[in-house]
Write a protein that binds this ligand. Structure first.
Ligand code: PFF
Length: 454
């Protein structure tokens, strides 16, 4: 069934889509990837991936969603997809749900750290030490994340917040929340950036971040940059198909894709400007800048060494929580829209159908982080297993078939009709986008997939 729900404003539409894209990918994946892959050398390759591949794939997803006007499966069906192309949408929904199971847990961790910053628990006892070292914050991390109870409670709270926003609907829930959260996120980013760039070690940190080291560029640098672009732009998960089904007919798809990608890139860059100067100023560059250690150990160490510790800590973890929350909501919306449209049930019901099982699935993911419980699949924790299968296999797979569909199999002229808003706008870059969707993107996503098995 074709939908009538739409985003109410252009700003709201951009805020919601950027809210989906900006997440933990920008905050803790991007700095780590940049550091590990040769600084600015990686950055240059990453920017090329975002614009040459990310934007066209985003336009392809937008085109399917806006013309199909339904969830990730229904949009393919509404386009009269001949072969079982709609299964591509089905795999996207599966992948997004798998990601949701562990992303809720991570969002819960960010909430725990926000609360621990506000209450002061995170720095309790830090003053008594001559040097607030990493062991101190590693201890706090094992209390907050390694506990059996706190992460579960925090995860459940995040699920409930998701439910509250999703039940209210696209305009009044997702859009209104994004209109508040996204400006807040940018204000916090800019304040933290200002503080970090005026630290004594700022120039050294920037050099560490931006000095291109081409000797570290290998074939895997390209794959990592490509994988990071897909992850960060939320491609191949049905999110952009679902959100585009709420775009008005007048939305300029290419321009929207470029704006969203640029803002997502900007957030990643600003994160680099915040993290590297802070880390070098306090000589912490030897510590891990990847994943959870960066945000939960190294950065609290930085804050502890600065005046007004709690202010920066609260701001940073609020930023992280907002980024994670808006992403969980967009990921959950994929399934909520699917259940509502396919089963023709009210949103209220579909939100419950989607979120209720997560109390169980996310519990398993959270508990699998505790080695003593042995919750593993094939040697990996349930958490890591879902992450690996969904992000490294299913996302590129979906992205590849989406490109093939729009490039070759969709109703003739679909892409041109959508990028020109049925002929009322100029078909800028249409030829280039089509070329990329037909040849370049399937080849590169194919390489990502194959490389996973090498
Ligand atoms: N794009 C968001 C992020 O960078 O965190 C959300 C997201 C997309 C998470 C895709 C996971 C994923 F695989």
């Amino acid at each position: 069934m074709a939908k009538t729900t739409q985003f109410a404003s252009k700003i709201g539409l951009i805020a919601a889509t950027v809210g989906s894209a900006v997440g933990l990918g920008n905050v803790w994946r991007f700095p780590a990837e940049t550091q590990a892959n040769g600084g600015a050398a990686f950055l240059i390759i990453y920017i090329a991936c975002v614009f040459l591949l990310g934007v066209p794939v985003m336009v392809a997803e937008f085109a399917i969603g806006r013309s199909g006007r339904s969830d990730a499966v229904g949009s393919f069906i509404n386009l009269g997809a001949s072969r079982p192309w709609w299964a591509v949408g089905g795999v996207a929904i599966l992948a997004s749900y798998m990601i949701l199971c562990f992303y809720m847990v991570v969002a819960g961790w960010t909430l725990e750290y926000l609360i621990a910053s506000v209450s002061g628990f995170l720095y309790d006892g830090a003053g008594a030490m001559a040097h607030t070292d990493s062991a101190f914050f590693a201890g706090k991390m094992s209390t907050l994340i390694g506990s059996r109870y706190y992460p579960l409670i925090a995860t459940y709270v995040v699920i409930l917040i998701n439910a509250a926003v999703l039940i209210v609907g696209v305009q009044k829930g997702i859009e209104r929340m994004s209109n508040i959260m996204m400006p807040l996120l940018f204000v916090i980013l800019l304040v933290l950036c200002g503080v970090s760039l005026t630290l004594p070690g700022a120039s050294e940190g920037l050099e560490f971040f931006l000095r291109p080291d081409f000797s570290r560029v290998t074939a895997s640098t390209f794959l990592n940059a490509l994988g990071q672009a897909f992850f960060s732009l939320s491609l191949g998960m049905g999110i952009l198909i679902t959100y585009a089904s709420y775009f008005p007919r007048t939305t300029h798809l290419t321009r929207t894709a470029v704006t969203v990608s640029m803002l997502d890139l900007l957030v990643a860059l600003l994160m680099g400007f915040i993290i590297f100067p802070a880390v070098t100023t306090f000589s912490l560059e030897g510590e891990s800048l990847s994943g959870s250690t960066l945000v939960f150990v190294t950065l609290p160490e930085v804050f502890a060494r600065m005046p007004a510790t709690q202010v920066w800590s609260v701001m940073f973890f609020l930023l992280l929580f907002v980024a994670a929350l808006t992403s969980t909501i967009s990921i959950a919306e994929v399934s909520v829209a699917f259940v509502a449209d396919r089963m023709d049930v009210p949103r209220r019901v579909s939100t419950i159908v989607v979120l209720l099982p997560l109390f169980g699935f996310s519990t398993v993911c959270a508990l699998s982080q505790l080695p003593s419980l042995g919750l593993t699949i094939g040697g990996a924790t349930v958490f890591d297993f879902l992450d690996d299968v969904a992000t490294n296999m299913l996302l590129p797979l979906v992205a590849m078939f989406t490109c093939l569909y729009v490039g070759w199999f969709a109703p003739p002229g679909l892409l041109r009709r959508e990028v020109t808003n049925r002929g009322s706008a100029r078909a800028r870059a249409h030829g280039l986008i089509l070329f990329i969707l037909r040849y370049v993107a399937p080849l590169l996503t194919g390489i990502i997939l194959v490389s996973r098995f090498l």
